[in-house]
Design a protein around this ligand. Structure first.
Ligand code: NAD
Length: 545
């Protein structure tokens, strides 16, 4: 009992339980409540010298007593999010093979595709036992790139947030690492590296691993939501496009990010009183996140009455070589649909068309930054944006802070408070001309836990655009933008409550879209009843012995 993290409750075992379970004399005399244990654990955690040490402490606690770990995480979630996930998890991943102690994941190797089924079967779980699987091939981890098998903790960390933020039952989830090799030479040269020691396998064999994973996971766990995390941009999109219609897939980097940005845009549109079909969108940095956002915003334009081609005509992508135009060679497939005809931009510039020129010509109503280019939204760009429209929506989303396109303080000053801003980093409020501007953070944790919970409660067979939009609307509905300087997004400080609101909206949308396989007379009650809480359940001393 003391060694089994699922069942261990340490000093919270009562005297009677200690006697019945053979723990007599194995614990100090005091019998504590979970709250008392959590208070001590928080003191221990706070005494750790740095964030990485806190990450290691939490991991060890997770291995010792899962309930206490989740109690601590749930009680201090906004403080601990940056520890259990981005950015501290990046440091942990870099040292993962060296620091390896035990594993919480299932490893599926591109060199042993025939083992995929057996690997899941070793868990001895039945078809109704799994709600959620998070998998990653770790090609593009949080801005630190390719980390091969070291990226396993991305899936583990994501699941921990699902549990803490939305009460997804930690006993009903699986973390999966898809080990297809790594192109990170440092890892290949590291004697401690624990993954397949060869370059990334691409092409047919990679696709076979993905297809096998999807088919086996769907067959063995037909109700599980399959979450994809930190794949390279072209694989991320391809897998979603090829398999999204026949598997219950969710890609957080694309769909989650797209939806949280939609939430910020929806709030911004409430301020400007305009609709999606009135918008002109410029995306600076057309990678995974940027094009995912372009997809969702143009889909919203279509829902607002535009045709698909009319919607695409309202989107301009800028990448490393300037404005993306149809005469460019080797455009990634995810940029091709938005390439502008050269006839349109004739005479705009002698060379590549830069951001300032694009802003001056296009007069965007929304400017998104997902380029990781620090300071790219200069004073001239912000001024040009405000000359084009009265209240532009300005979303410099790159993070960490060293990479943000413009700091909110500068953007508010240069736009004289006109720009409606949300960022990817947590940012302090800005005082300008007697108004305090609260800066919302486009944190995916506001969205995906509730989206997952709603999908599970509705037993939805797919994650539809309607469910993503419902999640975005539910997030946006949690802020009142009528105050001057109001944030476009809610704070990340009560995620359990906000995830429940998102889940209810998502389950409703699943029913409306005809993909819900379970309906509830009391949906709100069903959502709350599904949420796992970190408490010690009553023990049955006969069966738990
Ligand atoms: P990515 O590498 O897929 O995309 C970055 C893109 O920027 C690439 O296409 C790259 O070619 C382009 N780029 C690089 N230099 C450029 C330049 N000088 N001019 C124009 N384009 C340039 O990365 P990603 O996953 O899309 O993430 C991008 C950024 O967005 C990251 O900083 C990430 O943290 C941030 N992001 C924020 C959120 C959020 O706030 N919710 C969500 C996702 C990503």
């Amino acid at each position: 009992m003391l060694r089994d993290a699922h069942r261990n409750r340490g000093t919270a075992f009562s005297a009677e339980e200690r006697g019945a379970l053979g723990l007599t004399g194995r614990l100090p005399a005091a019998v504590e409540t979970l709250a008392e244990q959590a208070a001590r654990a928080y003191v221990q955690l706070s005494a750790q010298p740095d964030d990485l040490a806190k990450y290691v402490y939490l991991n060890a606690l997770h291995d010792r007593n899962e309930t206490l770990y989740f109690r601590l995480l749930t009680e201090h979630l906004s403080e601990l999010l940056p520890i259990v996930y981005d950015p501290t998890i990046g440091d942990a991943i870099e040292h993962w093979s060296t620091e390896y102690r035990r594993s919480r994941a299932v490893y599926l190797s591109v060199d042993r595709i025939e083992d995929v089924r057996t690997a899941f079967e070793t868990l001895e779980l039945g078809p109704d036992d799994v709600d959620l699987i998070v998998c990653s091939d770790a090609e593009e981890i949080l801005g630190i790139g390719d980390w091969g098998v070291n990226g396993t903790d991305i899936a583990v960390g994501k699941l921990a947030i699902y549990t803490a933020a939305a009460g997804i039952d930690p006993n009903r989830v699986i973390a999966v690492n898809l080990d297809v090799g790594t192109d990170n030479q440092k890892l290949l040269d590291d004697p401690a590296y624990l993954g397949n020691r060869h370059p990334r396998v691409r092409g047919e064999r990679y696709d076979e691993l993905i297809t096998t994973y999807l088919d086996v996971a769907t067959e063995l766990f037909p109700n599980a939501l399959l979450h994809f995390e930190d794949f390279g941009p072209s694989n991320a999109r391809r897998i979603l496009v090829e398999h999204g219609d026949d598997h219950r897939i969710f890609n957080d980097d694309m769909q989650g990010t797209g939806a949280i940005v939609m939430a910020a845009v929806i709030s911004g549109l409430k301020v400007t009183g305009s609709s999606f079909s009135d918008q002109r969108l410029v995306v600076f940095g057309a990678g995974t996140a940027g094009t995912g956002m372009a997809d969702q915003i143009s889909a919203a334009m279509v829902r607002d009455g535009l045709s698909e081609s009319e919607a695409r005509e309202r989107v301009w992508l800028i990448d490393k070589n300037g404005l993306v135009t149809d005469d460019m060679d080797d455009l990634p497939d995810y940029q091709q649909a938005y390439a502008r005809p050269t006839s349109e931009v004739d005479g705009w510039s002698d060379g590549p068309i830069d951001l300032l020129t694009t802003v001056e010509r296009v007069k965007p109503t929304i400017l998104i930054g997902t380029s990781t280019v620090s300071g790219a939204f200069t004073k001239d760009v912000v001024r040009a944006l405000c000359e084009g429209v009265d209240r532009p929506i300005l979303l410099p989303l790159s993070n960490p802070t060293s990479r943000i396109e413009v700091m909110p303080h500068d953007a508010i000053t240069w736009s004289d408070g006109a720009a409606l801003i949300a960022t990817g980093i947590p940012a302090d409020p800005v005082d300008h001309d007697g108004v305090t501007y609260t800066i919302g953070q486009g944190n995916n944790a506001l969205l995906y836990p509730g989206l997952g919970l709603g999908t599970i409660v509705a037993a939805a067979s797919r994650v539809t655009d309607g469910m993503l939009l419902a999640a975005a609307n539910a997030v946006a509905g949690q802020v009142d933008v009528s105050d001057p300087g109001a944030s476009l997004l809610p704070p990340v400080d009560d995620l359990r409550a906000s995830s429940a609101i998102v889940a209810i909206a998502v389950a409703r949308a699943a029913a409306d879209d005809g993909v819900a396989t379970r309906t509830h007379d009391d949906l709100e009650g069903a959502v709350h009843a599904t949420m796992w809480t970190p408490d010690y359940p009553d023990l049955d001393l006969e069966t738990d012995r």
